[in-house]
Design a protein around this ligand. Structure first.
Ligand code: FES
Length: 211
């Protein structure tokens, strides 16, 4: 990679010096590292570049959704739902991006994200199991449903599996009390769920994992 950058700048001396400097810095930094560290460094650089490219694609997807809205007024909640579907969580950078696109203050976006327990600022698994623990759900056995998900997936509420595939969370009322107890997996609502239904719900989204 360094040789490629060197060749490029040698044949294009007018190109940005700052870029040439960063190439030298990379070369210097790598040249003074043991081979194993250099490989780790290269791997880190490749991962960083892949991350940046995939982030760009995710932002483009979010922008496409926002731009397709007939009106941006009052669209914050649906945009946040879409953003969480796309990014799996709502870090500060994503919130700022949404504020900019909707032309509203970042503090307003932050206020909504922290008000609704469905929204999260912590990175979650690819499959996010949310068990409502509001009173109507709780009195109909949501605690047992939650415990069953925890034991079947091998993780505690509020955590994510090591492979990044699953996370389990306990939420406050999600506004569907008529269906209590309620479980939401990646936005799909499962109503009147009992302990005995947990295997079926897991099979439902596991089929997608295996496909
Ligand atoms: S308490 Fe669970 S949906 Fe309202």
């Amino acid at each position: 990679m360094t040789l490629g950058i060197y060749t490029f700048y040698k044949s294009n001396p007018t190109q940005s010096q700052s870029h040439a400097k960063s190439a030298e810095a990379i070369s210097f930094e790598m040249g003074h590292q043991p081979i194993s560290n250099r490989n780790a460094y290269k791997k880190g650089m490749v991962q960083h570049m892949a991350q940046t490219i995939s982030d760009t694609a995710l932002y483009a997807k979010l922008d496409e959704f926002i731009d397709s809205l007939p009106s941006k007024q009052g669209a914050l909640i649906s945009v946040l739902h879409k953003a969480q579907d796309i990014f799996s969580y709502l870090p500060k950078e994503v919130q700022n991006h949404i504020a900019h696109k909707l032309d509203i203050p970042s503090s307003k976006v932050y206020g909504v994200v922290t008000f609704y327990s469905y929204f999260t600022m912590t990175k979650k698994g690819k499959y996010r199991v949310s068990v409502c623990m509001g009173t109507p759900c709780f009195v109909r056995g949501a605690d047992k449903v939650l415990a069953k998900f925890e034991s079947n997936l091998g993780i505690k509420a509020g955590t994510t599996s090591e492979d990044g595939m699953y996370s389990v969370d306990a939420l406050r009322c999600v506004g569907a009390c008529g269906l209590a107890p309620v479980v939401i997996v990646n936005g799909k609502v499962y109503g009147r769920i009992g302990e005995k239904d947990v295997d079926g719900v897991i099979k439902d989204f596991s089929a997608e994992v295996e496909a």
